[in-house]
Write a protein that binds this ligand. Structure first.
Ligand SMILES: *Cc1c(COP(=O)(O)O)cnc(C)c1O
Length: 365
C-alpha cells in the first residue's frame, strides 16, 4: 500500500519508490483504518525512506523537516517541567542553544565535558532526564565512549541519546551501544549532495517513538515529500560514500600532520586511537577533520581563499570537499586559525594537490 506501486494491475514494479505529492488521500470511516489521510500525519514517500533509515539502525525511524526539528522533538519527548538535560560541552551549537532556550520554561541544560567522568556522573545524579552525547564532536573531532557513558547513565536510571549526524548509522550505531535513541541531520552525509535540509530520529522504544510522532504531528515538524525522495536516493550510497570519505580524510589528516605550516590536526584516526573506537566506529571515522594553521586567523582565511578545488562553504558530508575557518562564526569557540575540512569523494590526490598549493599561499608562509 505504501509503495504506491501497481501490484496486480499488470504494470511493472518500479526500482525507485514514487514521489507522492498529495496532501489528502481518500478515506472513509475511522481514520485509524487508513494508512494515509492528511499530509501532516504521514506520507508514503516518507514511509519508504523511514523503512530504509530504520533498517540502517535496526530500529524504527521517523523523518523530520530538519535535524533541529528531530532534536526538538527528542528534547520535548524526554523532558517535562523541571527536567534537567545533560549535554556534552562540544555538542552542535544549534542543539545547545535550543536546549538552553528552554531555561525560562523550567527545563535546565547542564553542560558537561564528556571526558570528565566524575562531572558526568555528578550531573546524572541530579535527577537528569537524559544524557545527550555527540561523538565525534565538531569541529574538534573529540570522541566519547558511548557504551561506557550509556552504562554510567543506566546506573543513574537516565536514558542516553546520541546526535549521530556526523558518522550516520553507516559508521556508528548508537542503539547497539546502549542508547535509547539517535538523531541524524539528513542534511549532511546521510543525503550527501548538499541539496536539501532534513532530519531523522530512531529508537527501538515504542513509547518514545509514539511521543516523537506526536510532537512531529502536533508541531508540524515535517518533511517535504520531494526532499524525502531525494534524500532517500542519496541515502542509498551513504555507506560507500562514507567509506571512501573516511579513507580520504585519514590520508589527508596524515598529510596535514606532517606539513610544516600546520600546528595541529584533529581527527579520531590520528596518533593514539582510542581503543573503544575499534568496536564503536569499525568502518571509519568519517569525512570531517580540522587543523590549525600557523599565522593565525588571517593566514587561515588566506589558505581557504586560495583553494581551487575545495569549496569555501559551511556544512559537511557532501560529495564535494569543502572547508571554512570556523571562527568566522561568532558562536564558534574553536581556535581562530582552525580550518574545518569536509572531505568529499574526489580522487584524494586532487584534494592533496589543492591543499599543497593553498598552504603555499603568501600569508600562510
Ligand atoms: C547540522 C547538524 C544538526 C542540525 O541539523 P539541520 O539539518 O541543519 O537542522 C544537528 N546536529 C549536528 C551534529 C549537525 O551537524
Amino acid at each position: 500500500m505504501g509503495s504506491g506501486s501497481s501490484e496486480g494491475s499488470g504494470e511493472a514494479l518500479s526500482a525507485s519508490p514514487p514521489v507522492s505529492l498529495a496532501s489528502v488521500w481518500e478515506s472513509k470511516g475511522d481514520p485509524a483504518n487508513s494508512a494515509y489521510t492528511y499530509g501532516r500525519y504521514g506520507n508514503p514517500t516518507w514511509t519508504a525512506f523511514e523503512v530504509a533509515l530504520g533498517e540502517a539502525e535496526s530500529a524504527d525511524a521517523l523523518l523530520f523537516g530538519s535535524g533541529m526539528a528531530a532534536a526538538l522533538a527528542l528534547l520535548l519527548s524526554l523532558t517535562s517541567d523541571c527536567s534537567r538535560i545533560v549535554l556534552s560541552s562540544d555538542c552542535y551549537f544549534g542543539v545547545s542553544h535550543l536546549a538552553r532556550s528552554f531555561a525560562g520554561r523550567g527545563i535546565v541544560a547542564e553542560i558537561v565535558d564528556l571526558a570528565n567522568e566524575e562531572t558526568v556522573v555528578a550531573a546524572l545524579g541530579r535527577q537528569a532526564a537524559a544524557l545527550w552525547i555527540e561523538t565525534p564532536s565538531n569541529p574538534l573531532l573529540r570522541t566519547a565512549d558511548i557504551s561506557r557513558l550509556a552504562s554510567l547513565a543506566r546506573e543513574a536510571s537516565v536514558p542516553t541519546v546520541v546526535d549521530n549526524s556526523l558518522p550516520t548509522a553507516h559508521l556508528q550505531r548508537p542503539l547497539d551501544l546502549g542508547a535509547l535513541a539517535s538523531i541524524t541531520s539528513i542534511t549532511k552525509a546521510a543525503s550527501g549532495h548538499s541539496d536539501l535540509v532534513l532530519g531523522a530520529a530512531a529508537t527501538r522504544d515504542e513509547e518514545l517513538l509514539a511521543a516523537l510522532r506526536d510532537w512531529r504531528t502536533a508541531a508540524g515538524l515535517i518533511a517535504s515529500p520531494m526532499d524525502a525522495w531525494l534524500a532517500h536516493r542519496g541515502f542509498k550510497t551513504a555507506g560507500i560514500r562514507l567509506e571512501r570519505q573516511s579513507l580520504g580524510a585519514q590520508t589527508i589528516a596524515d598529510y596535514l600532520a606532517a606539513h610544516p605550516r600546520v600546528e595541529r590536526v584533529h581527527y579520531p584516526g590520528l596518533g593514539k586511537v582510542a581503543s573503544y573506537l575499534a568496536t564503536q566506529m569499525p568502518a571509519g571515522y568519517g569525512p570531517l577533520l580540522s587543523f590549525e594553521v600557523a599565522g593565525g586567523a588571517d593566514a587561515a582565511e588566506e589558505v581557504v581563499a586560495a583553494s581551487r578545488l575545495i569549496r569555501p562553504a559551511t556544512s559537511f558530508g557532501g560529495v564535494e570537499s569543502s572547508w571554512e575557518r570556523r571562527a568566522r562564526w561568532a558562536s564558534e569557540t574553536a581556535p581562530p586559525s582552525l580550518i574545518r575540512l569536509s572531505v568529499g569523494i574526489e580522487p584524494v590526490d586532487a584534494v592533496l594537490e589543492d591543499l599543497e598549493s593553498s598552504l603555499a599561499s603568501p600569508k600562510a608562509s
